[in-house]
Design a protein around this ligand. Structure first.
Ligand code: HEC
Ligand code: HEC
Ligand code: HEC
Ligand code: HEC
Ligand code: HEC
Ligand code: HEC
Ligand code: HEC
Ligand code: HEC
Ligand code: HEC
Length: 301
């Protein structure tokens, strides 16, 4: 006969487990909030509590109460759809006590976070390769190149002389990258004769395109001056901008410029040329832009 099996060790284990279970139940009872499970798998007051918290982002309307100037510029120009707080960070604390400083971004990193050219970005979003961009607009490319806000105002990047929201609706302007994904092709790349038809400026604006080829701006693409803002699959807004500060993006004399394109001091240039105090570039240089002079694009021929 074999001896009775020794069971005492097993009783100890079960007693321990039982004690832990009891302790667990007691702790759970104390720890689970009263209203848990009443309305679902959460504390019933939680939604009210979260709802009562102040949002960290307060929105542009709040900023506008104290910063009317920046808001008005921002709303009429290319950045109208970029919320203030995307660049300045959450503004709740600042809006309550303005002495709590907000971020004032410096350098190129912020701009390039949205505008660096990437294959993964939709081709209709404006994006640049900094070195190439500086060369195109005549800035020196030594070192890291100038900061973007030396030329572009962050609140008014293109100095539009009329509100973008009322700019003319226009048929979609195709960029080469719309179809040639990941390529650096641009309008100057020669295309084969059997290339699928794409609408180009000259297709509809025949006269203007033909005479543009005779002007000193012939090497400047139409879309460098007439920036296009896509609104749908078929259409967008096209800019007709004659604000002097826009022209000065390429022509203002400063130490960040190379020798091309030619640079001028503004507004001295106007008085040097005996202009009326309200004369703008297009009044005197219509011939360098298109054959028609100023006044809402009226043709004078
Ligand atoms: C109640 C009025 C008020 C509201 C609302 C307000 N601000 Fe200000 N803001 C001020 C004042 C006043 C200053 C100047 C504070 C100073 O110089 O100490 C300022 C300064 C700033 C500065 C410059 C900070 C610096 O260090 O130079 C920025 C950027 C700014 N505000 C952005 C915003 C944004 C974005 C919002 C909306 C989220 C906003 N503000 C909402 C009153 C306000
Ligand atoms: C695209 C990014 C961007 C957006 C969007 C933006 N800001 Fe700014 N903001 C800047 C930068 C960059 C500066 C610093 C400018 C400088 O150093 O000259 C600045 C400066 C400021 C200043 C300091 C005073 C000044 O004008 O230089 C205030 C105030 C301000 N922003 C308010 C606003 C408000 C209000 C909005 C929304 C209506 C807004 N910003 C939207 C980038 C932005
Ligand atoms: C949070 C993203 C964001 C940041 C940061 C930002 N931008 Fe923009 N930018 C936009 C959007 C969105 C547009 C409008 C694009 C459109 O509707 O076609 C735009 C438009 C522009 C345009 C007009 C180009 C065109 O062809 O439409 C310029 C110039 C520009 N930004 C310069 C800057 C500069 C300079 C900075 C840094 C101070 C900056 N951006 C920071 C999002 C941003
Ligand atoms: C020397 C002045 C100058 C500097 C510095 C500058 N830009 Fe520009 N930028 C221009 C001019 C002029 C245009 C309009 C003509 C064009 O599209 O090339 C422009 C256009 C743009 C556009 C629209 C391009 C398109 O094809 O839709 C973007 C985006 C832009 N700039 C972003 C930037 C960013 C980001 C920086 C900083 C890394 C910067 N710019 C620095 C002068 C400048
Ligand atoms: C609506 C779409 C579309 C647009 C916009 C477009 N292309 Fe094309 N492209 C095509 C198609 C489709 C082909 C034929 C591809 C093939 O045969 O493999 C092609 C072929 C080409 C070719 C020859 C084949 C190759 O891959 O080398 C060149 C060069 C070219 N395109 C340049 C351009 C340039 C430059 C632009 C901008 C001005 C442009 N394309 C805009 C659709 C487009
Ligand atoms: C499919 C035809 C078509 C194509 C392609 C086209 N446009 Fe237009 N565009 C029009 C029409 C139509 C108008 C309105 C004409 C009018 O009012 O005389 C217009 C008006 C304009 C205006 C005036 C906007 C204003 O505020 O009055 C500009 C600037 C412009 N186009 C530039 C361009 C540029 C740059 C290109 C090439 C990238 C281009 N267009 C390609 C049809 C076209
Ligand atoms: C150097 C910048 C620049 C370039 C490059 C340029 N334009 Fe213009 N364009 C302007 C300006 C500025 C005006 C508006 C003049 C005014 O309002 O007095 C204008 C006006 C127009 C208009 C409106 C005409 C009207 O009757 O109201 C059209 C269309 C146009 N441009 C098409 C083009 C086309 C197509 C190209 C390329 C072949 C082109 N532009 C190249 C600066 C430019
Ligand atoms: C994208 C940059 C760019 C923009 C924006 C631009 N220009 Fe120009 N501009 C040039 C280039 C490049 C030349 C040709 C320089 C050359 O002949 O080598 C030029 C030439 C000129 C000339 C002739 C100088 C000469 O000696 O022949 C005048 C005047 C002029 N631009 C005025 C304007 C006016 C006015 C605007 C605004 C409506 C404007 N530019 C916008 C790049 C630009
Ligand atoms: C009162 C008339 C008048 C106004 C306004 C005016 N210019 Fe001029 N500009 C002239 C004359 C005259 C010349 C010399 C002859 C020429 O090249 O057409 C000139 C020359 C230039 C040159 C060539 C400089 C060189 O060294 O080769 C550029 C670039 C230029 N202007 C750009 C502009 C820009 C950009 C604006 C607006 C910010 C502007 N101008 C406003 C009359 C004017």
């Amino acid at each position: 006969m074999s001896p009775a099996p020794e069971r005492r060790h097993a009783y100890r284990v079960f007693a321990l487990l039982l004690a832990l279970l009891a302790a667990g139940l007691v702790i759970r009872r104390a720890a689970v909030p009263k209203s848990f499970g009443k309305t679902g798998h959460y504390r019933a007051e939680a939604p009210q509590e979260i709802g009562a918290r102040l949002p960290r982002h307060v929105g542009e309307a709040t900023c506008a109460r104290c910063h009317g100037k920046q808001t008005a510029l921002h709303d009429k120009d290319a950045h109208a759809r970029v919320p203030c707080e995307d660049c300045h960070g959450p503004g709740q604390a600042h809006a309550r006590t303005p002495s709590t400083k907000l971020r004032v971004p410096k350098g190129k990193a912020l701009c390039l976070a949205c505008h660096q050219r990437l294959d993964a970005r939709a081709s209709f979003f404006p994006q640049i390769e900094p070195t190439e961009h500086f060369r195109k607009v005549g800035a020196k490319t030594t070192g890291a190149g100038p900061d973007c806000i030396r030329c572009h105002d962050p609140h008014e990047p293109l100095f539009m002389d009329r509100d973008l929201r009322t700019a003319r609706l226009h048929p979609l302007v195709h960029r080469c990258r719309d179809c040639h994904v990941g390529s650096s092709r641009d309008a100057s790349t020669p295309r084969p004769a059997d290339h699928p038809a794409i609408f180009e400026c000259g297709y509809c604006h025949k006269e203007i395109a033909a005479e543009h080829a005779q002007r000193s701006h012939k090497q400047v693409e139409c879309t460098s001056c007439h920036l296009f803002f896509r609104e749908s699959e078929f259409a967008g807004r096209i800019v007709r901008d004659a604000d002097p500060r826009f022209c000065l993006l390429c022509h203002r004399k400063s130490e960040l410029r190379g020798d091309k394109p030619p640079a001028i001091e503004w507004p001295q240039h106007r008085s040097d040329m005996d202009g009326k105090p309200d004369a703008v570039c297009a009044d005197c240089h219509g011939d360098h832009i298109h054959h028609f002079a100023r006044a809402g694009g009226k043709k004078d021929e």
